[in-house]
Design a protein. Sequence first.
Lengths: 399, 265
Amino acid sequence: MSAMLPLPVTAYTAVTCLGAGVGAIAEALKSERGGLTPCDLRGVEFSTWTGRVAGIEDRPVSGRLARYDCRNNRLAQMALNTDGFAEAVGDCIGEYGAARVGVVLGTSTSGVAEGERAFQARSGSGGRLPDWFEFRHTHDIHALSSFVAEYLGAQGPCLTVSTACSSSAKVFADAAQLIGHGVCDAVVVGGVDSLCLLTLFGFRALELTSPDLCRPNDSGRSGMSIGEAAGFALLRGGDAPRTGLALLEGYGESSDAHHMSSPHPEGVGAYMAMKAALDAAALEAADIDYLNLHGTGSHINDVVEAKAVMRLFGPDLPCSSTKGWTGHTLGAAGITEAVISLVALREGIMPGNLNLRKLDPEIGTAVLGATVVAPVRRVLSNSFGFGGNNCSLIFGRPA
Amino acid sequence: MMRVTISGIGVAAPGIADWTQARAAIARGRAGDSTETIFPPPVILGGAERRRSPHSGRLALHVAEQARAMAGLDGQEIAAVFGSNTADGAVTVRTLETLTDEAPYVSPTDFHNSVHNTAVGYWAIGAGSHQPATSISAGDDTFAASLLKAAMQTLDGGRPVLMCVYDIPFPDPLRDKLPMSGPFGAALVFEAGRGERTIAGISLEIAGADAPLTRPAGAHWRALFDGNPAARCIPLLERLAGAGGEGPLVVGYVGASALSVRLSQ
């Protein structure tokens, strides 16, 4: 394991349906006000709720980076300009040099909505795609990372992790490796996913989305609500002081090796990822104060995750899914919930499990109803994706 | 400087179904007569998964299985780093086309095959591996990023790592938007130390931005090399086959810096 843990997190931000920035997240968590609304996306006739970010339509990517313009990159741009994040990266580049600052971002669909637009604009089913469609800079899975690296002027290793819903959690592991092996002095991690027809129709075909507001862990839950979000964090190694805003203390990754779209029924992979994160952090289960569940609101995810949590942590660890606030932001879920975890550490709160009415009796874990004000020293956050791809992260307050 | 060893190799390209055929093509300095690329139903998957596996996944699993078998390792012991630009282009086109219909229908199979990590997901299922697995892209430098990630993962994770890079041309109408010269897939198994199955040692170093990309020695590879990001591993394969010269190779760029590798026997 890399000798670099714990790693300082010296900046972080997110833009979600709750608004722009960590202040908006903190406010929403404390006031129990979620951001999900009935889906109003053109082309979606069925009933579903989404976490839509306001204002994307008004903020194009322009100038020298105009070829990157699409919903996903616009959302990225919004987040880069929130909470002074781009400035913090600029300071790193000034200190270490551009080639020593890497960019590792997660996304599941990148700018696919631009591809959807292009296919719709085709004249007839045999026609060419329009000339305005810049596939490589929008739809391409790596377009997001390319855009963000160019936008920030970072010239270190730049890659995209695309493992569905664990994507922007795994990026923290990549950053720790790059810093630990001396390839980078700082790494911008994060992820972005935006609303598109592919995921709305696709998850519906798998019967994983709810016609109503998602209610993770609820006995009456009927599926996910899809959200969009952009989030970023800046990890530094080298001679950065072991303080900063928070520490990445550990990470764990695993595979279910079971099925492409359902989790292992005993939560084997989930257990392994959480255990590996504790081991990487040299911590015991009792050292975690709050656990941010993957908690999608799908029947199977929530009950399987609870089994794994129960097995490792027992019935008393306060835990919750925060997807009732933001929706399931898919490739951005990892970073969105990492940022929520960092907000929890900073504010001294344990977010409740928003939209919970009655806890599923099959779920024996200590799922919080409302947000609790309490000292929080260490948070573990879960992200589990299609293909049985699992990642758990542990964040802590500096000593 | 990172040092790991290579204990397994798999290759598939037009006219080349495995490492033996690749070595023969490298030795005689020309491709085979066939231009067919092989996409066999994956042997490691059970009936339902085998039927559902998409085209690109078949290529990836074919080269992955070659490398694993050569390394003599149990799939359960191996972590995975898969790298691709296109993932599955046929599924991408099919889903985008259906989304223009009056009543779009994305099939469940097509949807879970549309994620970038489909191939590595199927691999983990077939191999029964619970180890970490990732699916990455770095555009034209996907091979360099995959190689670097695999080396770091090998050293940090205490387990062998299977690296697999694959890219297949998109069907129409996306073909023109990301033109590719042909399908290509390659896999390497990395381990931390030397063993009975070690083929070569490999060391990786970050070099300056102006170090030029090493191109294939064999002229017949150049169209594939220039037109398929996964084929950037060809110069390394030539060296592993004992051809293509000596000294360090620049296999691509990680950001602005060159990734330079050296083999040792």
